[in-house]
Design a protein around this ligand. Structure first.
Ligand SMILES: Cc1ncc(COP(=O)(O)O)c(C=O)c1O
Length: 361
């Protein structure tokens, strides 16, 4: 049994011609659909008051706990128009499960998977006209949860709001697929053992922004973080996991041992790479191995992966005092092969033999 949703349709949805104009060039995270879903949780009643309603501002009291103590988590996955006209999402149960883990870490109430899926499916099916039908564009779905109790005091909130919004999206990095430059943050870390690195909590991203700004100042699109203890082991990017490709075809990705977000894309690539005949080692890799491996030719490709950027090659690593180039400025063979394989499944161009696609409508 899932929660019952009340439905209030937007009396003024964006006219079709204006929507078409936005869908022609949506960018990433700038444009939002006509509706949203909210569900309320209180300590007394649990999850209740599930509503589909017009997309609108949330009006919050200045003393709302999330503004002060940052008790907030989120998720992100995509809906894809299929060749037969249906709409499917990619492994949304994995996002539901990860949100439950994030909730547990942040002392928020877990939302059952069935309710998470029902909320997302209801929004996507109501706003199905917003799912782009051309090229690699998708509808990015953003579930989030925050402490909405009006209270000043450091303790888990007794009033929580879960919401879902959706945003048509083109390529995450402007300029389409190209090898990106990455800034190595040696000053700041993202996550420490016992901390919140494995949770998709808003604070992790707030804490990464200063490093992201330094990345931009050094001409880089993203930042890569090392572990907080030895400042040596490569962990992940600000919003993506990382893979290394070795000259014998082996792929290496760091283990997600509490300080790294367990990416759904990372997990799918573990499977796809093996099916494509690669050996995949989940093991720590240190920054010196990265540098010397590229210099010696042992490491032939490095790529980032995540929902937003799918598989994106890393062409340059920049740090305070140096830089190195990886590859020849084009997308590496393995990154391209895995990107194509994943996109083919997501966009329905090949059969979904893994049961990864979830039919929405
Ligand atoms: C810090 C971080 N690492 C990795 C990922 C990749 O995760 P996924 O593949 O589930 O999008 C994300 C994006 O959600 C992220 O924010």
């Amino acid at each position: 049994m899932t929660i019952e949703f009340s439905r209030e349709l937007n009396p003024h949805p964006l006219p079709e011609d204006q929507r078409a104009r936005l869908l022609a060039d949506p960018g990433f995270g700038r444009v939002f659909t006509d509706h949203m879903v909210t569900i309320t949780w209180t300590a007394e009643r649990g999850w209740h008051d599930a509503r589909l309603r017009p997309y609108q501002p949330l009006v919050l009291d200045p003393a709302t706990a999330v503004f002060h103590y940052g008790q907030a988590i989120f998720e992100g996955f995509k809906a894809y128009a299929q060749p037969d006209g249906s709409i499917k999402t990619f492994r949304p149960e994995a996002n539901a499960a990860r949100m439950q883990k994030s909730a547990e870490r942040m002392a928020l109430p877990p939302l059952p998977t069935a309710d998470f899926l029902a909320a997302c499916d209801l929004l996507i099916s109501t706003d199905r006209a917003w799912v782009p039908r051309d090229g690699e564009k998708t509808l990015y779905v953003r579930p989030f949860m925050m402490a909405t109790e009006v209270f000043l005091g450091v303790r888990p909130a007794n009033h929580v709001t879960f919401a879902v919004i959706a945003s048509p999206a083109a390529s995450y990095f402007s300029g389409g697929l190209h090898p990106v430059s990455i800034w190595l943050s040696q000053e700041y870390t993202r996550a420490a053992p016992g901390g919140t690195g494995a949770a998709k909590c808003s604070g992790n991203y707030a804490a990464s922004l200063i490093a992201q700004r330094q990345a931009a100042e050094h001409g880089c699109e993203q930042v890569v973080f090392l572990d907080a203890v030895e400042r040596r082991w490569v962990e992940e990017l600000g919003g993506m996991n990382i893979y290394f490709v070795f000259d014998d075809g082996t792929l290496v990705t760091p283990p997600t041992s509490g300080t790294i977000l367990e990416g759904v894309t990372r997990d799918a690539i573990l499977t796809l790479a093996t099916e494509h005949g690669h050996r995949v080692d989940v093991r720590p890799i240190d920054i010196d191995e990265w540098r010397s491996g590229v210099a010696s030719g042992r490491i032939t490709e490095v790529f980032a992966c995540g929902t937003a950027a799918v598989v994106t090659p890393i062409g340059r690593l920049v740090w305070d005092g140096g830089q190195l180039s990886i590859g020849d400025g084009t997308t590496g063979k393995v990154a391209q092969e895995l990107r194509d394989a994943l996109l083919a499944i997501q966009h329905g161009h090949v059969p979904d033999t893994h049961g990864w696609m979830h039919t929405v409508c």
